[in-house]
Design a protein around this ligand. Structure first.
Ligand code: FE
Length: 208
């Protein structure tokens, strides 16, 4: 697979400069190191992936939108206002009862920023990038996702242009749910393919 140019791993020098700037700001008392971690978490797991979750929930409730999304990911995602760097060439992969899709960038850490935010550290790390291609079922199981043997696992390696988004299956029992409520159960990992959306079992009321 072609794999050159516009990857997201920053060269060492900018990374060092950022680290130096952060240290200086912390030292001068201008920022709190906890605030930096908080901001990173915000873009990794809270702000970023909420956009992708809105795309998924919309596709779940609107079959015509879903069709457009699968035919032209970039255009359909832009309909909801999510565009920009690392989202210029989006391909949406539909999970079905027969096929489970999972996304990786084996060479670096290509990731669809407009819909998922910043990639988490495990996605950027060598073990995930090398092993998911070789033994996807085992890696998924270690991440807590057992894919039944009759379901085919497809691993998609991001290339220089394409960024993938997994469209997970809508869980049973959510037929009456609003789009907003549906979006709330679409996790970042379910759009990378390392998890699936789950309906939380309602806790039994405590009688004691
Ligand atoms: Fe890459």
């Amino acid at each position: 697979m072609k794999h050159k140019g516009s990857h997201t791993e920053p060269p060492a020098e900018p990374a060092l400069r950022i680290k130096a700037l952060e240290s200086l700001l912390v030292e001068k008392g201008i920022i709190d190191p906890g605030a930096v971690d908080e901001l990173i978490d915000l873009f990794e797991s809270r702000i970023g992936p909420r956009n992708g979750a809105k795309v998924v929930a919309h596709a779940w409730v609107d079959p015509l939108y879903k069709r457009r999304l699968l035919q032209n990911g970039t255009g359909a995602i832009a309909e909801l206002g999510f565009t920009g760097l690392q989202g210029e060439d989006m391909v949406v992969l539909e999970n079905t009862p027969q096929i489970h899709n999972v996304v990786v960038c084996t060479l670096c850490s290509c990731y669809p920023w407009p819909t998922l935010g910043l990639p988490p550290s495990w996605y950027r790390a060598a073990p995930y990038r090398s092993r998911i291609v070789i033994e996807p079922r085992k890696v998924l199981a270690e991440l807590g996702l057992e894919v039944p043997p009759h379901v085919e696992v497809r691993v998609w390696d991001s290339n220089a242009e394409i960024r993938y988004l997994v469209l997970p299956m809508r869980p049973e029992g959510t037929e009456s749910w609003s789009e907003e409520r549906l979006a709330a159960i679409v996790s970042r990992d379910s759009m990378v393919g390392t998890a699936v959306p789950r309906v939380e079992a309602r806790a039994e009321p405590q009688t004691r």
